[in-house]
Design a protein. Structure first.
Length: 267
């Protein structure tokens, strides 16, 4: 799964209000803020930044404008600018849990895991039922190698948001990494139930079945992953290994050849 799937950003954008013209200069900070929200929703990052900047000019104490501009900066990879704006929003409104959560996620992307943990912890203090804050903090703990705390936070995130397939998937990956294979399989299975069209979840569960020596199930999961994403060379490679372990040399060689054709070198 693309690494970006581990970089979760909470986007709280206000509902678009009727009667807000996209033409002409905004007459108030509130109008500029709404324009920024509209432009962000439309995918116009430069326009959104300009609108939020105008809202800040009109009302330098508008924490929503700083927060909105920070979201755009984070989306566009301007992480230092995002952190500065999240920080300003927090200075204006110290109880803005979303700003802590998003600043923590931005620190996570930058590799500053201690700051990420601190911000997510403050977000949790302010909003104890924030699943995303637990999830982000869990990722930061995992990056630091504290897998027990990573699993603990993922578990709380699942308790608060039991229909989030990504959290089950990430906890499964950590279980597998720590050799808790049965628990990994259980979480991959739940992730698949919630997101049955996700090839990566099948292929990952297949890897764990392979580690357990259950090559028939490994082959079945790889086969389903290939059906969903027939261009993934690594899954052909993995299925080839499972066939090889079963002594089915011809099928193994066929999969290794397909993996090589798609760009993976046989092992």
């Amino acid at each position: 799964m693309n690494a970006r799937r581990r970089l979760v950003m909470v986007l709280v954008i206000g509902m678009l209000m009727p009667g807000v013209s996209m033409a002409g200069e905004p007459k108030s900070a509130a109008e500029a803020l709404k324009r920024g929200e509209q432009l962000l929703s439309a995918g116009d990052s430069d326009g959104a930044i300009a609108a939020y900047t105008e809202a800040i000019r009109l009302d330098p104490k508008d924490h929503e404008a700083y927060f909105g501009r920070a979201i755009v900066y984070a989306r566009t990879g301007n992480l230092d600018e995002a952190i500065a704006d999240f920080t300003k929003a927090i200075e204006i409104n110290p109880k803005l849990a979303l700003a802590y959560c998003n600043r923590g996620n931005t620190f996570l992307v930058k590799g500053n895991y201690d700051r990420a943990i601190a911000d997510c912890t403050e977000a949790i203090r302010l909003v104890p039922n924030s699943a995303i804050a637990y999830y982000n903090r869990g990722m930061a703990y995992g990056k630091k190698g504290n897998f027990d705390k990573e699993i603990e936070d993922y578990s709380e995130a699942i308790h608060l948001d039991p229909k989030n397939a990504t959290t089950y998937f990430d906890r499964a990956v950590t279980y597998a990494h720590t050799n808790r294979l049965d628990e990994a399989i259980a979480d991959f299975t739940e992730a698949i139930r919630l997101d049955p069209q996700n090839a990566t979840m099948y292929s990952s569960r297949g890897v764990v079945y392979g580690l357990k020596g259950d090559f028939d199930k490994a082959i079945a999961d790889c086969t389903e992953a290939i059906r969903l994403d027939p261009k993934d060379a690594q899954v052909y490679q993995n299925r080839g290994v499972a066939y090889e372990k079963k002594g089915e040399k011809a099928k193994a060689e066929e999969d290794f050849a397909q993996a090589k054709k798609l760009g993976d070198k046989p092992k």
